[in-house]
Design a protein around this ligand. Structure first.
Ligand SMILES: *Cc1c(COP(=O)(O)O)cnc(C)c1O
Length: 362
């Protein structure tokens, strides 16, 4: 895939599909006998389901989790035989989508259970039970009341009983052990129903959380939430094109708020990616780096809406030249480094990458 120069956007986003497939296989190997699903909500964490889902299917993935029914519709078109679970709340409004596209709701409240049955049910649902995150899911009491009503459980015929970790990326947090113990007891209320608790961090950190199905997301897309324990390969490379290089005299400033002041005769490259493309504005305040040909270059001042300034004084002019591409995220500048510099998590960086990039796959 390539785009002619005259229509070329300011940046390009390259997805390494072989790395995505390899990461799924790595997580499947860690998951052992448990089945390994894939969380592909938010357009596969911003990578685009159209490329991610076929790749994951080819790697062997058979079960997908999305947030919204509309996302499930897109995944169904790509994966006719997969099990597709919709994590976001079930409402009667979306009932026709569930039926037409064979989506499985993740039911997490008595109201959702009542509505699902009243709407005529459909595919076997998942039961979501809260084990301590206090976000979605049946409470302990609600789960016990449901389990005490075998006719209701039989009418639901759940295919999965699941819960979600609050702190799996902090393995020492005491809430993890609490959730693992609570979930073990809760799933026992529904004998014979497969169980699922672990996300990426959970499946790697806590073998006892793997149960029958693991649900990794972020590690598939190249970030290790445990900071070095999961051997994932980077999947995303983000590059921006240099559109102008200028000389800046000592004492002159660069960009809004005069955030960078040249301490020496400087050369500043302007690239055409900014915070409107999901490249966080705060990176220019927090001393982030980009790279060119594997050499790190500091940001020079604040990121603008469509533009970012880089200090290329130490880079040969023949390298940092108009039309050249600069790495914003990639082999030299890891996704996790950018997330840390932006005081956020890689999930937010990936899902914020906007629609203006040329999107390539390798
Ligand atoms: C997003 C999500 C996952 C995947 O989590 P990662 O931390 O990205 O591995 C798993 N389960 C649920 C319920 C989720 O919402």
């Amino acid at each position: 895939m390539s785009t002619p120069l005259q229509s070329a956007p300011g940046g390009r986003l390259t997805i390494d599909l072989a790395a995505l497939a390899a990461n799924w296989r790595t997580l499947a190997a860690i998951s052992g006998p448990a089945e390994t699903a894939a969380a592909v909500k938010a357009d596969a964490y911003g990578l685009c389901v159209d490329v991610a889902v076929p790749t994951l299917l080819a790697a062997g993935c058979r079960t997908f989790f999305v947030a919204l029914a509309a996302e499930g519709v897109r995944v169904r078109a790509l994966a006719p035989a997969a099990d597709i679970y919709v994590l976001g709340g079930y409402t009667g409004q979306t009932a026709p989508l569930y039926r037409a596209h064979r989506l499985r709701p993740v039911l997490g409240s008595p109201g959702e259970i009542t509505d699902w049955l009243a709407d005529g049910a459909g595919e076997p649902p998942a039961l979501h039970i809260d084990s301590g995150i206090n976000r979605l899911g049946l409470s302990l009491d609600e789960a016990q009341a449901l389990a005490a009503n075998p006719a209701l459980v039989a009418a639901l015929a759940p295919a999965l009983v699941m819960s979600h970790f609050a702190c799996a990326d902090t393995p020492d947090h005491p809430l993890n052990a609490v959730q693992i113990a609570r979930f073990a007891a809760l799933r026992a209320l529904f004998p014979g129903v497969p169980a699922s608790l672990a996300n990426s961090a959970g499946l790697a950190a806590f073998p006892e959380s793997r149960h029958d199905l693991t649900r990794p997301g972020i590690a598939l897309y190249g970030s290790d939430p445990l900071g070095g324990r999961i051997p994932v390969r980077p999947v995303v490379t983000l590059e921006a094109r240099i559109i102008q290089v200028r000389d800046v005299a000592p004492g002159e400033s660069v960009g809004y708020g005069a955030g960078f002041i040249a301490a020496r005769p400087s050369r500043i490259a302007i690239v055409s990616v900014g915070y409107a493309d999901g490249y966080p504005r705060i990176l220019g305040v927090n001393g982030a780096f980009a790279a060119i040909e594997g050499r790190r270059i500091p940001l020079a001042g604040r990121v603008s809406m469509d533009l970012t300034a880089l200090d290329v004084t130490d880079i040969p002019p023949s390298v940092a030249t108009r039309g050249a591409y600069v790495e914003l995220i990639g082999p030299t500048i890891p996704l996790d480094e950018i997330a840390a510099r932006a005081s956020t998590i890689p999930y937010e960086i990936l899902t914020a990458l906007g629609p203006r990039y040329e999107r390539l796959t390798v």
